[in-house]
Design a protein around this ligand. Structure first.
Ligand SMILES: C[S@@+](CC[C@H](N)C(=O)[O-])C[C@H]1O[C@@H](n2cnc3c(N)ncnc32)[C@H](O)[C@@H]1O
Ligand code: SF4
Ligand code: SF4
Length: 383
């Protein structure tokens, strides 16, 4: 699927995290940790296996991931030093909730980054009284001390702010803070709100739009409501119960559906892998879908997860771990070959049929199944 050397890497250097954000795949709505979270991480040794030759071509790194916070990685500095040694001009973004580690750690990050094309992207969804409502478990005093320590080194920052009903009142304060400290502020619509449609009085159609930009949707005033995001807490070792709910911003009360059952108990052992009902997607077969692959349209990007598996992108990685019924049979066939070892280089991996045939077939509708297209490719990159 790639036409040039890989130049962009999105990496989940660890799947550990100090926070419990309700829409993050690492937990069941902020409650119990999902079974596919292993609290694992990549060490410097893995980057050395990938090798200096490959890494010297990497122009941009996104230290982010699907289910972890890069600040929790034990060998982060060794890794940063190595990849900057391989390419001193590499751009690096580290995305973090900012609440892990201490001021000494963040000063050290700032000192590494200040004269380079590198920045920390702070995922902070509010101010002192509101950030923890979505960024659960992040202590404001710690985050603010960390952020201030990093800023005082003169290194570059970006602030990503997700809009919710509860945090819009903080936006002016955050704008002023960012202006004072020369921080680029990106105000975004969050994932996680779903639209529920009513027909003839009853609720018959619930569409989970967890990855659709929330409030930009045009709501039909007669039939649709936006469902609140439920936030769960742990009741015991395996059970989660409802703690509170989060409302969308800019939506009147009559357009909000806040009906999560406060008495329901969810046992994480009942979780079964699975994402799609394949029946729903047979309609793709033989149709003309236009896919604009985000991993190859502007750069040549791969995703590396915290087990070391090389994927084309974070969407495929996320769906794989959730138990994607369509993709997993293909990925499982290659699974042991998707990790770099002494005898199996990253170039060997990128030459596998998985990258040169299965994924292109999935984007062109030529997969040898009853759907033809890769459902994830159509859903995330279909036009
Ligand atoms: C799983 S996080 C990993 C990186 C880091 N732990 C963090 O939160 O920034 C990946 C990205 O998802 C974003 N994110 C988390 N919840 C979100 C939501 N409800 N809507 C949009 N983005 C969200 C985070 O801000 C981050 O940019
Ligand atoms: S901080 Fe990032 S990784 Fe951690 S729970 Fe929140 S979204 Fe997930
Ligand atoms: S989902 Fe498919 S089309 Fe989209 S970036 Fe990933 S591989 Fe490319």
């Amino acid at each position: 699927m790639y036409t040039q050397h890989i130049n962009d890497i999105h990496i989940e250097v660890t799947d550990r995290c100090n926070a419990e954000c309700p829409v993050c795949p690492r937990s069941d709505g902020g409650g119990q940790e999902m079974p596919f979270v292993k609290n694992q991480e990549l060490g410097l040794a893995y980057f050395k296996l990938i090798g200096r030759d490959f890494l010297s071509h990497i122009k941009h790194w996104n230290f982010c991931g699907v289910k972890g916070d890069p600040a929790s990685a034990q060998e982060l500095f060794e890794i940063l030093d190595y990849i900057l040694d391989c390419n001193p001009d590499a751009e690096i973004d580290i995305r973090t909730n900012g609440g892990a580690r201490n001021t000494k750690f963040w000063t050290k990050v700032g000192n590494r980054f200040k004269d380079k094309n590198c920045q920390v992207v702070w995922s902070v969804d509010g101010w002192e009284e509101t950030n923890h409502i979505y960024r659960r478990n992040v202590k404001w005093s710690k985050l603010f001390a960390n952020l201030s320590a990093y800023i005082s080194t003169g290194a570059t920052s970006k602030w990503e702010f997700n809009k919710f009903a509860h945090n819009m009142k903080d936006l002016d304060t955050i704008k002023a803070f960012c202006r004072r400290n020369n921080i680029f502020l990106d105000v975004r619509e969050p994932f996680g709100f779903s639209v529920v449609s009513h027909k003839t009085g009853g609720m018959v159609d619930s569409t989970d739009n967890t990855e659709q930009h929330g409030m930009d949707r045009k709501l039909n005033p007669l039939v649709s409501k936006i469902k609140t995001i439920p936030v769960y807490k742990k009741k015991d070792e395996t059970i989660s119960i409802l703690d509170y709910t989060i409302k969308p911003h800019g939506t009147s009360e009559d357009k909000i559906l806040d009906d999560h059952d406060p008495t329901a108990e969810y046992d994480i052992n009942d979780w079964k892998p699975g994402v799609y009902d394949r029946e729903d997607f047979k309609q793709y077969k033989g149709t003309e879908q236009t896919i604009d692959c985000k991993a190859t349209n502007t750069s040549q990007e791969i995703y590396i997860d915290s087990s070391g598996i090389i994927y084309p992108c974070c969407y495929i990685a996320g769906k794989h771990q959730m138990g994607d019924e369509q993709l997993n049979p293909y990925i499982e066939k290659y699974k042991d070959q998707l990790i770099v070892t002494e005898d199996h280089s990253i170039y060997d991996i990128l030459a596998l049929d998985y990258f040169t045939k299965v994924m292109p077939d999935g984007m062109n509708g030529d997969l040898d199944d009853e759907i033809g297209y890769c459902i994830t490719c159509v859903q995330h990159c279909g036009k």
